[in-house]
Design a protein around this ligand. Structure first.
Ligand code: NAP
Length: 268
C-alpha cells in the first residue's frame, strides 16, 4: 500500500468505494476486501450500507487504528440534525470517522454554516479529519479559508481533468480522493489505455488506477461487486507508468462528467 500524509495522518492511497453495495453483497465484498489488504473504506449515509459495513468491521478483528473510514453526510441532513453524525458512527460501530465529509455543497446556506457541524465533530473527536465533496475550485478555496478542510472528494478519471482543484489541493497539502476512478467502466473501450496495459501486462482498470495513484496527493476508491475485480483493483503497486504514459493518459480528458445532478454547483 502507498500512503498519503495529510494533516499528520497516513491515508491509504487506495480504498474501496461502496456506493450501491448493500446487505449480503456489501458484507461479502467488504469482508473479502479486508482479507486482501484493503484498509480504507468509503461510505456515506446516503448509501444506506453503514450498518452492513460496521458489522463486517466489528467481526474482522482488525484494530480500529489500522482502518481508515470515510463517511459523508448530506448537507440538509447535517443542517437539521447534528445527531446524524452520531447515527453514522453508531452504524459503523466506531467512535470516530477518519474522514467526515460534507457530501455536496448547499447552495441555500452560507458555506460557514454548512461546515460548522463538521468543525464541531473534529473538535469533539468524532472525526480525525473533515472535508468536502463535489467542491469545484472556487468553493474549495472558500472552504479552506473557513475551516480546517483536509480533503475534497470529486469525480476524477482520465476523461475529466481536475487540474484547477488539484492546484488548490497541492497548495494546501490536502487530499483529492478520486471517485468514479474507473469512469464506471468507460476505460474498457479505450485503445490508448489498452496499449499501455499491454506494455505492462496489466489490465486497463489497473492502468487507470495506477495513473491516479502516481499523481501527487491523489487517492482512489474504485467500487466493484465482483471478487475478481476486487483483487485486480488492489494489485496496482508493482508497476510504474513512464512519464510519457502519464502524459498520454493526461491527454484523454474531454470534460466527461458522470455525476451531475441538478443541484450540482457550477463546475470548473
Ligand atoms: P467506479 O468505481 O469508477 O466504477 C464502478 C464500476 O466499474 C462498476 O460497474 C464495476 O463493475 C466496474 N469495475 C470495477 N472494477 C473493475 C475492473 N477491474 N474491471 C472492469 N470493471 C470494473 O464508479 P463509482 O462506484 O461511481 O465510484 C467509486 C466510489 O466513489 C463509489 O462507490 C463511492 O464510494 C464514491 N462516490 C462518491 C460520490 C460523491 O458524491 N462523493 C459520487 C460517486 C461515487 P463490477 O461491479 O462488475 O466490477
Amino acid at each position: 500500500m502507498q500512503y498519503i500524509e495529510v494533516k499528520g495522518y497516513k491515508v491509504p492511497a487506495l480504498g474501496l468505494g461502496t456506493w450501491r453495495l448493500r446487505e449480503d453483497v456489501c458484507r461479502q465484498i467488504v469482508e473479502r476486501a479486508l482479507a486482501l489488504g484493503y484498509r480504507a473504506i468509503d461510505t456515506a449515509q446516503a448509501y444506506d450500507n453503514e450498518f452492513d459495513i460496521g458489522q463486517v468491521l466489528a467481526a474482522s478483528g482488525i484494530p480500529r487504528k489500522d482502518l481508515f473510514l470515510t463517511t459523508k453526510i448530506w448537507p440538509d441532513v447535517l443542517d437539521r440534525d447534528e445527531g446524524a453524525i452520531d447515527a453514522s458512527l453508531a452504524d459503523l460501530r466506531t467512535d470516530y470517522a477518519d474522514l467526515l465529509l460534507l457530501h455536496w455543497p448547499n447552495r441555500d446556506r452560507p458555506l460557514g454554516d454548512s461546515l460548522a457541524p463538521l468543525v464541531r465533530a473534529l473538535e469533539s473527536g468524532k472525526a480525525r479529519m473533515i472535508g468536502v465533496s463535489n467542491f469545484p475550485s472556487a468553493l474549495l478555496r472558500e472552504a479552506v479559508s473557513i475551516a480546517p478542510i483536509a480533503c475534497n472528494q470529486v469525480e476524477y478519471h482520465p476523461y475529466l481533468s481536475q487540474a484547477a482543484v488539484l492546484d488548490i489541493v497541492r497548495e494546501h497539502e490536502l487530499l483529492l480522493t478520486a471517485y468514479c476512478p474507473l469512469a464506471r467502466g468507460e476505460f474498457a473501450r479505450d485503445p490508448a489505455i489498452d496499449a499501455i496495459a499491454q506494455a505492462h501486462k496489466k489490465t486497463k482498470a489497473q492502468v487507470t488506477l495506477r495513473w491516479l495513484l502516481q499523481q501527487e496527493r491523489v487517492a482512489a476508491i474504485p467500487r466493484t461487486a465482483r471478487l475478481e475485480h476486487l483483487a485486480e483493483n488492489f494489485d496496482v503497486f508493482d508497476f510504474t507508468l513512464t512519464d510519457a504514459e502519464m502524459q498520454s493518459m493526461n491527454g484523454l480528458a474531454y470534460g466527461k462528467r458522470l455525476v451531475d445532478p441538478e443541484f450540482a454547483p457550477s463546475w470548473d
